[in-house]
Ligand binder design. Structure first.
Ligand SMILES: Nc1nc2c(ncn2[C@@H]2O[C@H](COP(=O)(O)OP(=O)(O)OP(=O)(O)O)[C@@H](O)[C@H]2O)c(=O)[nH]1
Ligand SMILES: [Mg+2]
Length: 224
């Protein structure tokens, strides 16, 4: 009986989130803004990827970043150093962002001036996968040191994402990461997923991911 009540509560929470996410989607569409939701385990390199990608796209697009963390504004401070508008959401314990939090963060941005919002979700490979934030695409980041079994063990996020950044490629020679296993599992979980092998720190492989992002920006309709 207790289990049933818990399942119902979770369903209600997700449905309430869907309603708000739908409103965000309309708001983004009205303002012609594309939105990316970046999801990964803590430390796989989301902020570093942004630090090395944003300078390459700010000439083309008006970008803002929403940073989700349990505590601290450290990531937003890192982005603000690039002169890119950054809003920090401190979830105060929650392991994921929800649409209501993003709606609140939007109040701090001038939407009429923006083309692209990148949301860096709270470092977690599980919880953020279920919460729609009104985005056009989820981008999952996984790094070499985490191991090649992640798509098989956390299929939901790999299934829901449109692109995957395989980061810290510079560490490949020092790890037992198996590309064969990784790509075999990706094929099984989401054959459509675009994978970009990147070292954010060494700035290798960024072109492919940035081309994909430009393709998304050029795409007229919201697909999600
Ligand atoms: N070797 C190597 N280290 C990297 C690379 N990208 C990021 N790092 C390092 O990994 C650590 C974590 O990077 P962050 O960018 O803070 O990771 P994050 O995913 O934003 O972390 P959270 O926001 O805490 O979830 C830092 O010490 C980075 O310097 C990379 O391509 N190669
Ligand atoms: Mg970060």
């Amino acid at each position: 009986m207790k289990k049933m009540a818990q399942i119902k509560l979770e369903k209600n929470i997700l449905e309430a989130n869907e309603d708000i996410a739908g409103k965000l989607k309309e708001q983004f569409k009205k303002n012609k803004i594309k939105v990316i939701n970046m999801i990964s385990s803590p430390g796989s390199g989301k902020t570093t990827i942004l630090e090395h990608s944003l300078p390459k796209i700010v000439q083309k697009f008006n970008v803002a970043v929403i940073e989700g963390d349990i505590l601290t504004s450290r990531d937003a401070d890192r982005i603000a150093k690039l002169n890119v508008p950054a809003v920090q959401i401190e979830t105060g314990g929650s392991c994921h962002l929800d649409a209501r939090m993003v709606g609140k963060a939007l109040e701090k941005l001038d939407l009429s001036r923006l083309d692209l919002i990148i949301i860096e979700n709270v470092g977690n490979l599980v919880c953020p996968a279920s919460f729609d934030l009104g985005e056009d695409a989820k981008v999952v980041v996984v790094s070499i040191a985490e191991g090649s079994d992640k798509p098989a063990k956390y299929p939901e996020i790999f299934n829901r994402a449109k692109a995957c950044i395989l980061n810290k490629m510079d560490l490949l020679p020092y790890s037992n990461f198996s590309r064969d296993e990784f790509y075999k599992d990706i094929k099984h979980v989401n054959p459509e997923l675009k994978v970009f092998e990147v070292s954010a720190l060494k700035e290798t492989g960024l072109d492919g991911w940035l081309e994909w992002l430009e393709g998304l920006m050029a795409d007229g309709g919201q697909e999600n």
